[in-house]
Design a protein around this ligand. Structure first.
Ligand code: PGA
Length: 240
């Protein structure tokens, strides 16, 4: 389905969503590298993309294109130890970074002693890198993208935010703050793929796509981006 300049792609189930996404992501990375000589991509953690990563690190593990890829971490809990499974840094490494030969992995240190300094360091990294070529995103039940939580207004590229109660519950963590790329960085990406799977995402996907563009639902800003594809499976439409 075409929605303005963007596409909504509905898959029959989660497996088909993952297989098709993995294939498409590789195809897009190859095209970007062909055109620009390298690719800058952002990948999320969370449950939704895990099957995709499994495919990337098995079926596409030896693809030489990875050597041209710079991977950017989107967010991290403040105080999470990069060496422990609690951190998104660790989770991304396990999911993909340890399995393919990347050009570079740009990551956050949740354990940094001075968090404002770490925020600034990361912001500098992101600024120097320039716009991401491809950004894969999940969506929180409250409409957050990365950890840009509802209501957060900022002009920064990277922000330290307080996590909402809902987010802490969904992610089953006690961390109260996180570093995150903000909507400012997210919306600069040339191409965005938003992934949503499961009945629990139905309501927020509807709001994000059809509702008013508002910071109350950060994902609604994707309506203003001209290269966004939303991939969801039938369960995320509520049809089971
Ligand atoms: P999930 O998380 O993939 O685990 O549902 C998405 C998110 O909170 O952004």
């Amino acid at each position: 389905v075409k929605l303005g300049k963007n596409f909504l792609v509905l898959f029959s189930d989660d497996r088909f969503l993952s297989v098709s996404s993995a294939e498409l992501i590789m195809e897009k990375i190859r095209k970007i590298v062909e055109k620009k000589g390298e690719a800058k991509i952002g990948l999320p953690t969370g449950n939704t993309p895990q099957k995709i990563y499994e495919l990337l690190r098995t079926d596409y593990k030896d693809d030489p294109v990875w050597e041209k890829v710079t991977l950017v971490q989107l967010d991290e809990y403040v105080d999470a130890d990069p060496l422990l499974p609690e951190s998104f840094h660790y989770q991304l490494k396990e999911a993909l970074v340890n399995h393919v030969k990347l050009k570079r992995f740009i990551s956050l240190n949740g354990k940094a002693e001075d968090k404002e300094k770490e925020r600034k360091r990361y912001e500098e990294e992101i600024k120097n890198l320039g716009a991401l070529d491809l950004l894969l995103l999940g969506i929180g039940r409250n409409g957050h993208l990365a950890f840009h939580e509802p209501g957060i207004k900022t002009s920064n590229l990277v922000e330290i935010v307080n996590l909402s109660k809902e987010t802490k519950e969904d992610n089953r963590v006690n961390f109260s703050q996180a570093f995150t790329l903000t909507l400012n960085t997210i919306l600069k990406a040339e191409e965005i793929i938003l992934l949503a799977s499961g009945e629990r995402k139905k309501e927020i996907i509807q709001k994000a796509i059809l509702g008013a563009v508002s910071l109350d639902v950060p994902a609604s800003y994707l309506q203003t981006h001209n290269q966004t594809h939303i991939f969801f499976d039938r369960s995320a439409t509520g049809e089971g």
